[in-house]
Design a protein around this ligand. Sequence first.
Ligand SMILES: Nc1nc2c(ncn2[C@@H]2O[C@H](COP(=O)(O)OP(=O)(O)OP(=O)(O)O)[C@@H](O)[C@H]2O)c(=O)[nH]1
Ligand SMILES: [Mg+2]
Length: 415
Amino acid sequence: MAGVGDFRCNVGGERILETPREKAIAVGLELPGTQWWETEDSINELAELASTAGAEVVVKVIQRRNKPDPAYYIGKGKAEELAVLAITLHADVIIFDDELSPAQQRNLENILQRKVIDRTWLILDIFAARAASKEGKIQVELAQLYYLLPRLVGKGTSLSRLGGGIGTRGPGETKLEVDRRRIRKRISVLRKELEEIAKRRGLQRSTRSKSGLPLVSLVGYTNAGKSTLFNALTNSEVFVEDKLFATLDPTIRRRYLPSGKFILLADTVGFIRKLPHELIAAFRATLEEAANSDLLIHVVDASHPGKDEHCEAVEEVLNTLGISDKPIITCLNKIDLIPGSMERERIRLDHPGAVLVSAETGEGLDELLHAISNILEDGALPRSREVSRNAEAAKIENSFGKPPEMTDQAPKITE
Ligand SMILES: Nc1nc2c(ncn2[C@@H]2O[C@H](COP(=O)(O)OP(=O)(O)OP(=O)(O)O)[C@@H](O)[C@H]2O)c(=O)[nH]1
Ligand SMILES: [Mg+2]
């Protein structure tokens, strides 16, 4: 993305446009009760988030403490050391691995004399850069405003972080100088717009539910391979990328099961540990796709060393959304990256009942479809729903003739 820091140079008459990546220092805390690898995993993930946002983490700093310092998050002495390090390394931005309080952020900016961003704002920044649909953009702006509101000191304060580079993206009005009163007004406008969209979404949902087709949602940690699996199962081409938060808006397509019955399959936004609660609040309508599902498929990157923590984070978000009691299939993806049969067996033992698949090679997809059939067709749904679904599926089968082959173009039901 072309940013404020772009520069042009002339090489042999050619004009080359380059965007220097901002240099960042990532900072985290190791608190009692956390294992060292969890802290390392978390800060490595923060570096990935920074890279997705367009910065390069040049050094990671972890401080062991009993609890975060209320004024500086890290110790004041550590913050002073960090200020020297930032000068030495020519760092443009310091990124903290937890949400900072407004006071911590202000104090750190004073000591560090650099842009200070926390994990929450970094995630919101990535969402702001990626939001494509009207609903997505409104939701991100709303989440950003919820975050900013307590951080503005007094009326008429301008946003100090509007200098360019990472952490400065905000759709719409957040780019402007703002004060609390304007933010509150904007929040109420955005909420009204979201309510309208939510109403339309509700109508679409009731049309869908009248179709009687069960809704199956792919949920899981960001980058687990949900969209790749969605594409493999519905012969679609939704956006896939080896970066965090490639998907923001849900997509729904039809797919048939081995029995010939149809389901609606939804690809959804990924979760992450320490998912900002502002984001959950603003994205509630989008996340309701998962809440309204008959079945969840929890896609896990089985090749990732932090997969257990990823699973915990996903369960936590499902709990927050109040949908942890839905029928769920754990789908261990990227199994092609685990070639050893012993290792696969160990994974099977660790996750009894899970289905091992590779969305990339297609391995295990038949087993997954059978597992979906088993849950949806063996009485997991209320009887009345079952009857209407079967009747509707028969109608669709009649209108389509035989169910299409897996390679056929899937009918599009895009939100
Ligand atoms: N080797 C391998 N790579 C995979 C597999 N499934 C997905 N990937 C890769 O993993 C990366 C992330 O895939 P996505 O499908 O975008 O993941 P996602 O869960 O939709 O991610 P978000 O939308 O960001 O939450 C891409 O580079 C994919 O090519 C798999 O089965 N095997
Ligand atoms: Mg995706």
